[in-house]
Design a protein around this ligand. Structure first.
Ligand code: CA
Length: 241
């Protein structure tokens, strides 16, 4: 793969293990990214504030402040929260993944990871902003034959109106506007359903199931992330990118 012209974004790698950091930095540079590294969360925070990177790869297990603490700190700062954070978690540790997402991480990658997966994740979070903007036309979100219109609260699939409940609309709209981001059930429950959710409303799986049935052929837009939660697919087709 040749580095594309747009891939001049700066990526900050916060990782205390020098070997891993070196490999990650090498692979990112080879793709044309500008890269800086930090060994601790504290050093990372200074670099975030001085360099304002386009994305951050953040290890969870760090000496001193943990990756989770730093992530929560960044996501509570209005000036920094827009910077995508990819959490680096231990292999198959769903608890770490959930904790990372609840701290506000935009995505995660599990150790050990292949350079290919690493580059794909970084490109996805960096590109997401652009892709979202292209897909957003006024109040209408478009994706694979599905139109989600927030002004009329209507959903159409291949031009056909689809009846959705108010709860289903909120859930679908929230996932679609945050395309590619994985959300835990708990996050969706508190952020989408809110405090007023009745007992009937509280089963996210039931709502997602109902939305999928209504989306028909486009059902694969709503992806289940095993052991974690749900996301709206972030590329036009799963076979691409
Ligand atoms: Ca570590």
């Amino acid at each position: 793969m040749t580095p594309v012209a747009a891939a001049r974004e700066r990526i900050l790698v916060i990782e205390d293990e020098p070997d891993i950091r070196e490999v990650v930095e090498f692979n990112l540079r080879r793709e044309g990214f500008r890269v800086s590294g930090a060994e601790t969360a504290e050093e990372g925070l200074e670099k975030v504030q001085s360099e304002f990177p386009d994305a951050i790869l953040l290890d969870i297990m760090l000496p001193g402040m943990s990756g989770l603490e730093l992530c929560a700190l960044l996501k509570s700062d209005p000036d920094l929260r827009a910077i995508p954070v990819i959490m680096v978690t231990a292999k198959d540790d769903a608890e770490d993944v959930i904790a990372g997402l609840e701290a506000g991480a935009d995505d995660y990658i599990s150790k050990p990871f292949s350079p290919r997966v690493l580059i794909a994740r970084v490109k996805a979070v960096v590109r997401r902003g652009t892709w979202d903007a292209e897909q957003l036309r006024g109040d209408r979100l478009l994706a694979d034959g599905v139109v989600i219109d927030s002004s009329s609260h209507r959903v159409t699939v291949e031009g056909q109106d689809v009846e959705v409940t108010a709860t289903e609309f909120r859930l679908l709209h929230y996932l679609a506007t945050n395309r590619g981001r994985v959300f835990t059930r708990n996050h969706l429950l508190t952020r989408v359903m809110g405090e007023s959710a009745t007992l009937v409303d509280r089963n996210i799986d039931v709502h997602v199931g109902a939305i999928r049935r209504k989306l028909g052929k486009s059902r694969s837009l709503l992806e289940t992330v095993r052991g974690v939660g749900y996301r709206f697919r972030d590329s036009p087709s799963p076979s691409q990118s």
